[in-house]
Design a protein around this ligand. Structure first.
Ligand code: S3P
Length: 444
């Protein structure tokens, strides 16, 4: 079931390059890939998914839905057929979701509405991340769980008689929202999730494609999503759009490397995911977006970036949900800008694959960039025309986005930048090294 290209592991060093140029198809989106597998596995019948991201996080979800009762088959590169039976059953052993926060949190929600018992586990990074934010609302709906302090491993006991809830998550999290909505597919009545700040809406966009009775409505800066339970989902074929979060690395590399021009085709252009582009434009970046159709209900663009000196800006907290995964690479881009960049409202970064706020600050400091780190903010004093010193080693803390950000920094810095381990890059962007090489940046 799993594609068998061995992932790169161990330390790597990225050396300064003269220029980057070329056109790449954007890597498939991780969030949409997880959801496509889950919805297909919930439906009654066969769905074909193409352009599925074949990363470690996503294949962990594929194995988990197979263990919960779906038939999962890889037909060829990126093409998978998932045949659901409309009902999930207890798996024979623990479901190991590896490093995948989206995988484990959404699966707990989706599984909660069936008469089953499942144990969810993960790697050391995932086992340190909070699960109560999902388990608490699921408990209100009638699912039971056992864990130590709301951390993995979690033993979940689902129920086919879940109660609908009207819930406002205490944190801006698409994973929390989605877990409740997936459980709500089986609840007896209307489940409502209210978000003060809208987070990525891929669950709401995809659910109706599979025949679910779910809809979202804007509510100021927030969102109200309603799902009425009880429908058996129907199969649906879809193609996964390109991942804006993975595209951000080539985009960032082009912006900080002199004389560079890079185009990424087929990038998902979703208002809850594209906050980085507006920020970069405010910093003076030369970005062009050309509409490129739709996939899986999501708009696509071809995205082009050209290098040039950027200027530091203040980035307010309300922008965070639309670019939450992009702060490590944005902090690198800010290090190359002229002047100071202030990023606010970042407490949630401390609950990601690593404490991304502290890890980003440490990454920059190790390479000669002056930073100020607060409980929920980061200030980066850009090096401007003098350039980023580089020459440091980045501690990646089991975090794929730290590893890729550190390597991108090395492409534009005055001296090479090393990262202590690249193994986790395979969780979200297994094509990272070949994509960077294709743009003119081989990383040894
Ligand atoms: C995701 C939601 C975000 C994001 C993660 C993917 C999703 O997490 O950081 O990479 O697919 O729903 P939170 O919901 O915890 O903010």
């Amino acid at each position: 079931m799993t594609p068998d290209s061995p992932p790169a592991t161990g330390p790597r060093t990225a050396s300064p390059v003269k220029r980057l140029c070329g056109t790449l198809a954007a890597a498939p989106d991780k969030s949409v890939s997880h959801r496509a597998l889950m919805f297909s596995a919930l439906a009654d019948g066969a769905s074909q998914i193409s352009n599925l991201l074949e990363s470690a996080d996503v294949t962990a979800t594929a194995r988990a839905v197979a263990a919960l009762g779906a038939d999962v088959r890889r037909d060829g590169p990126g093409v998978w057929t998932v045949t659901g039976r409309g009902v999930w059953t207890s798996p024979d052993g623990p479901l190991d979701l590896g490093n995948a926060g989206t995988g484990v949190r959404l699966l707990m929600g989706a599984a909660a509405r069936f008469e089953l018992e499942a144990v969810f586990t993960g790697d050391s990074s995932l086992s340190a991340r909070p699960m109560a934010r999902v388990l608490d609302p699921l408990a209100l709906m009638g699912a039971r769980s056992q864990s130590s302090g709301g951390r993995l491993p979690v033993r979940l006991t689902g129920s086919s008689a879940l109660r609908p809830i009207d819930y406002t998550p205490p944190v801006a999290s698409a994973q929390v929202k989605s877990a409740i909505l997936l459980a709500g597919l089986g609840a007896d009545g209307e489940t409502i999730v209210r978000e003060a700040h809208a987070t990525r809406g891929h669950t709401e966009t995809m659910a109706p494609l599979y025949g679910a009775d779910m809809e979202a409505e804007a509510d100021g800066a927030g969102l109200i999503v309603r799902v009425r339970g009880g429908r058996v989902l129907t199969p649906h074929d879809l193609a996964v759009p390109g991942d804006p979060s993975s595209a951000a690395f080539a985009l960032g590399a082009a912006l900080i490397t002199p004389d560079s021009a890079v185009t990424l085709t087929g990038v998902m252009d979703n208002p809850a995911r594209n906050g980085l582009y507006a920020v970069l434009r405010d910093m003076g970046a030369d970005l062009t977006m050309t509409p490129a159709g739709t996939r899986a209900g999501e708009a696509l663009v071809d995205l082009s970036a050209r290098s040039g000196m950027l200027t530091g800006i203040e980035i307010e907290a309300d922008r965070a949900p639309s670019m939450i995964d992009e702060y490590p690479i944005l902090s690198v881009i800010a290090a190359f800008a002229e002047g100071t960049t202030v990023m606010k409202g970042l407490a949630e970064l401390r609950a990601k694959e690593s404490d991304r706020l502290a890890a980003s600050a440490a990454m920059l400091a190790a390479n000669g960039v002056q930073v100020e780190l607060g409980e929920d903010y980061l200030v980066v004093h850009g090096c401007g025309a003098g350039g980023v010193r580089g020459g440091g080693v980045v501690e990646t803390r089991h975090d794929h986005r730290l590893a890729m950000s550190g390597l991108v920094m090395g492409l534009g810095a005055r001296a090479p930048v090393s990262v202590d381990d690249v193994a986790m890059i395979a969780t979200s962007y297994p094509g990272f090294f070949s994509d960077m090489a294709a743009l003119g940046a081989p990383i040894a």
